[in-house]
Design a protein around this ligand. Structure first.
Ligand SMILES: *Cc1c(COP(=O)(O)O)cnc(C)c1O
Length: 479
């Protein structure tokens, strides 16, 4: 038992694992969406000590079923409507398996040329598929997450402000510009870079659309520069996490240009919608103004986590900020300057062969298949919004251009605080039932339910059933 798994054994168990995954996807709809375990249940079911002697593989599959599965929230369930979707697909899973099978570590071009060159090519394919600016060609990289992409962009932006911060440390007050709707990873990036949370400047948003106000941004930048601060970066968002609000990138870009400030555009969720011509507007302003841009195929584009694309209009400041070449990594290809070493485009040194799964997905679906998937999600969200709008007991936010719909019961007769508590209690009951899973947000202080469509298994009947459950549960008298 103690030896390595032979190729013959790998074949046998590998088939079982692939069968298990296929069976899982076939029966997923019969499971409660949200895991019903209590804190500690899974740990208690796992032995406290590791085995001294190898046990083989059968037990792994048995325990997967017995211990792991009850502790899993089923993100691929057709009635998973929480957060944003985290799509997977057959070709993505197989591409990831191939990446594991090859087991390469692609930190340098020389450590696996195919890992680097396929990534550059696939990122260029995405420039075509999404209709992104030509300057992004050859300047794309796959990151583990949008959070990392924002951090890399911020480090590049710090570098561009003067060039010595990476070497000498930040010695003046640096500032970062976001709105109240910007993803929390930007504040985290400010902490990590040493800019500090206190120097994150929060630009006003329009109270209706929740879009960043470019005039207020301009005022803050002017005020800060006059006070001796170094404005580093503005982060605009296309499709905010809370409500999919869209910042006016062209107007924000004009302001950034006026002040010589880096513009990062975070389209983690919504950017991939540009695969459809009718969604190309999500790219407005990128060609003229964006210094960096990121979107996540691992949310709505059928590629399992982790796969975030980051592009830069000019990669030089990023590489100046992040490149360190110790003796043990020196090699001829790097020295020649003819190749990309993606270790200089990210925080860690090591990296997986992630391009394989995206390549598999694009080849399997083609542009047409990807468009059909985005359209299916957007169409279901439209249908849901129209059903909600037709029910006088509910109100729905008008803005739902993608797959997310935000709404709430009106709770006639309840004060705002009581109504919010009732909305949250309704959500808890629905999620505890296992029939569906949805999350919430707050807009103008008031609680809204968020229902995000976009999983490949989700059909109209699942959205209809969710809506029926929500209405029925909201109408039920409670204690
Ligand atoms: C989901 C999301 C992120 C974070 O994405 P990760 O890849 O999970 O780090 C960032 N920005 C926006 C707008 C998002 O919706």
């Amino acid at each position: 038992m103690a030896g390595h798994m032979t190729p013959e054994e790998f074949r046998r168990y590998g088939r079982q694992v692939v069968d298990w995954i296929a069976d899982y996807h076939e029966r997923i709809a019969s499971m409660p969406v949200l895991s019903q375990v209590k804190p500690g249940d899974v740990q208690d079911a796992l032995p406290a000590r590791p085995p001294e002697e190898g046990e083989g593989f059968e037990g792994v599959l048995a325990d997967l079923e017995r211990i792991v599965l009850p502790g899993v929230t089923h993100w691929q369930h057709p009635s998973f409507f929480a957060y944003f979707p985290s799509n997977t697909s057959g070709p993505a899973i197989l591409g990831d398996l191939l990446s594991s099978g090859l087991g390469v570590q692609g930190m340098l071009w020389a450590t696996s040329p195919a890992c680097t060159e396929m990534e550059t090519r696939v990122a260029d394919w995405m420039v075509d598929l999404l209709g992104l600016p030509a300057a992004f060609r050859g300047n794309g990289v796959i990151q583990d997450s949008a959070s990392s992409a924002c951090l890399v962009a911020l480090l590049a932006a710090v570098q561009r402000t003067g060039g010595s911060a990476a070497r000498d440390g930040i010695d003046r007050r640096h500032t970062l510009y976001v709105s109240s709707q910007t993803h929390s990873s930007l504040e985290k990036a400010a902490r990590i870079t040493g800019i500090g949370s206190a120097n994150v400047r929060v630009v006003d948003v329009d109270p209706g659309t929740l879009a960043m106000d470019p005039a207020h941004l301009d005022a803050l930048l002017t005020e800060d520069a006059a006070a001796g601060a170094v404005p580093v970066m503005v982060c605009a968002t296309v499709g905010t996490t809370s409500t999919t609000a869209v910042d006016p990138v062209p107007a924000i870009g004009e302001v950034c240009r006026g002040h010589g400030v880096w513009l990062h555009v975070d389209a983690a969720y919504a950017g991939v919608a540009a695969v459809c011509p009718e969604f190309r507007w999500v790219n407005d302003g990128l060609a003229e103004h964006a210094d960096s841009y990121s979107t996540n195929p691992h949310k709505w584009l059928l590629t399992n986590f982790d796969c975030t694309l980051l592009w830069l209009a000019d990669r030089a400041p990023m590489i100046e900020a992040l490149s360190i070449l110790p003796e043990y990594l020196r090699n001829q290809a790097t020295t020649s300057g003819d190749v990309i070493d993606y270790r200089d485009w990210q925080i860690p040194l090591g990296r997986r062969f992630r391009a394989l799964k995206l390549w598999s997905v694009i080849r399997w679906y083609g542009a047409e298949g990807l468009r059909a998937h985005i359209r299916a999600g957007a169409r279901l969200a439209d249908a849901l919004a129209s059903w909600i709008a037709a029910d006088p007991a509910f109100e729905v936010r008008d803005h739902h251009p993608f797959g997310l719909v935000c709404f709430r019961p009106r709770w006639a007769g309840l004060a705002p605080d009581e109504a919010d508590a009732a909305t949250l209690a309704l959500m808890e009951r629905l999620n505890a039932s296992g029939d569906l899973y949805l999350t919430h947000t707050r807009v103008g202080g008031r609680v809204l339910l968020r229902l995000a469509v976009g999983g490949p298994a989700t059909e109209e009947r699942h959205v209809r059933a969710a809506w029926d459950r929500i209405r029925e549960e909201a109408a039920r008298p409670t204690a």
